[in-house]
Ligand binder design. Structure first.
Ligand SMILES: Nc1ncnc2c1ncn2[C@@H]1O[C@H](COP(=O)(O)OP(=O)(O)OP(=O)(O)O)[C@@H](O)[C@H]1O
Length: 314
């Protein structure tokens, strides 16, 4: 039996005017580290709030640990930990007071489940008497994780835990998640950062309330259906403009310091594109075939699903 099940879940807001989640079905296995990957407004928070029993779906069924998210909300709340996207601890309470408070809510104590939070808590313990509102972003995130873990949940929901957190703290955070997974906790984490997708065992790409694909990160990359090329010149902007007018080019988008392109037809080859760009005056051209990353897969799936929406990188 899967630990988390979403079965044709749909959610609207504003009396049906805003479609936040559109007929989403997916399953998360016991002990899995599962990532929900998508940009702002994709529907990640809505799905997390449905699974944590804080929001009712319009249609469909959801369950966690075999309990129905609508009927059995009490059982679910006792067994899960939830770290919302926005810092939701008491800013005026100290680190220790916040932890004590959340432990007491669940009839537990810091000592009772100390082993579970030890590695994380010890990093913020020197600031035990500091008010939560005065902590740095990385420390707030660690405190929030400790509070979500203090009652030893079986399933952990982390909504964009690394958004706005510096790169070093992000790395540390993912290491903490791996350690928690080794202790048998099922973890669902959402993120808008494509580079974090590869740190999950399995991911769902979500956009506009629709699931675009569910697979392992390697599985998603391997489904990229056509060759992908990276092309550079000494003027990327002009090159992108020219490539977009080139009949043989199917898709093109700026990606770091190069442009990623796919070709329209099998007959078109990169040599022909290169010749055309040279003829148009582009200099210092270099091009190579590359392995698609998760972001390339996401862009392709998103354009297939909704050609009009351009991907906005966070
Ligand atoms: N309470 C609400 N009332 C109206 N619309 C809402 C409400 N909450 C979310 N939405 C809309 O529903 C859609 C999905 O939002 P949701 O917060 O679930 O996405 P998200 O992927 O978590 O994005 P973000 O990181 O920006 O929160 C968005 O278009 C959002 O504007």
């Amino acid at each position: 039996m899967s630990t988390v099940v979403l079965d044709h879940i749909t959610k609207h807001y504003d009396q049906g005017k805003v479609l936040a989640v559109n007929d989403v079905s997916l399953q998360v296995g016991a002990g899995e580290l599962f990532g929900l990957i998508g940009p702002d407004g994709a529907g990640k928070t809505s799905l997390f709030r449905i699974l944590t029993t804080l929001l009712l779906p319009d249609k469909g069924q959801a369950s966690v640990l075999g309990y129905d998210c609508v009927k059995d909300y009490r059982q679910i709340r006792n067994r899960i930990g939830y770290m919302p996207g926005k810092f939701s601890l008491y800013q005026d309470l100290t680190v220790k007071e916040n932890l004590d408070f959340f432990a007491t809510l669940f009839g537990s104590s810091i000592n009772e489940n100390y082993a579970l939070i030890k590695d994380i808590y010890e990093q913020i313990k020197p600031f035990n008497d500091r008010r939560a509102g005065k902590l740095s972003g990385g420390m707030k995130q660690k405190l929030a994780l400790c509070c979500a873990l203090i009652h030893k949940p079986e399933v952990l929901f982390l909504d964009e835990p690394t958004t706005g957190v510096d790169v070093v703290s992000r790395k540390e955070f993912w290491q903490m998640l791996k350690n928690l997974k080794q202790q048998g906790i099922t973890i669902l984490v959402s993120t808008p950062y494509m580079d974090e997708a590869v740190l999950c065992e399995k991911i769902a790409l979500i956009q506009g309330g629709n699931i675009l694909s569910v697979d392992t990160p390697d599985g998603i990359r391997s489904k990229f259906p056509v060759p992908l090329y990276a092309i550079r010149s000494d003027n990327i902007y002009q090159l992108l403009t020219a490539l977009r007018k080139e009949p043989g080019v199917d898709s093109s988008y700026a990606f770091g310091e190069s442009i990623h392109i796919t070709l329209n037809e099998q007959q078109t080859n990169m040599a022909a594109i290169q010749q055309s760009m040279v003829a148009k005056g582009h200099t210092q051209l270099s091009m190579e075939q590359i392995q698609p990353g998760i972001e390339d897969s996401f862009i392709r799936l998103m354009n297939q699903a909704q050609p009009a929406i351009a991907w906005q990188r966070k």
